[in-house]
Design a protein. Structure first.
Length: 136
């Protein structure tokens, strides 16, 4: 293996790690380009300028494909799961109550159908049911 092969291998690994750590799908496109150039560099008859062209073309093609994939976006309500809330109106097992999350009041109920939580209790949002927060 020559130097360009090692460079493409290192570039592929670094870009894959960056895409995984940043959790961004579009960062995979340069990693795909580097992988294509790596494969091309393993072929004995491919010149360095062709490898660079393959890197650019594969990166662009991967970007076009990945940018048109449908993405699911979280709604504001879905981002509430895992946040801390404070009970502002007693959470009764039967009727529910009210909690405050980041300065906003929300209808809520307790995860446990048997335990009531008094005003001031600090809980965590564990789920969402309709527009009501489920807290534990």
């Amino acid at each position: 293996m020559d130097l360009s092969t090692w460079i493409y291998l290192a570039l592929t690994l670094v870009l894959l790690a960056a895409a995984v750590l940043a959790r961004r799908l579009l960062l995979l496109s340069p990693a795909v380009g580097a992988l294509a150039a790596l494969v091309a560099s393993l072929l004995p008859t491919v010149a360095l300028y062709w490898e660079a062209g393959i890197l650019a073309a594969a990166t662009g093609l991967a970007y076009l494909v990945l940018s048109h994939l449908p993405r699911r976006r979280l709604t504001a309500l879905e981002t509430m799961v895992g946040r801390t809330c404070v009970v502002t109106e007693r959470l009764d097992p039967l009727t529910g109550g009210q909690v405050e999350v980041d300065g906003n009041l929300w209808a809520a109920r307790s995860l446990s159908g048997e335990v009531a939580h008094e005003v001031g209790a600090v809980l965590s949002v564990v789920a969402i049911e309709g527009v009501k927060l489920i807290c534990a």
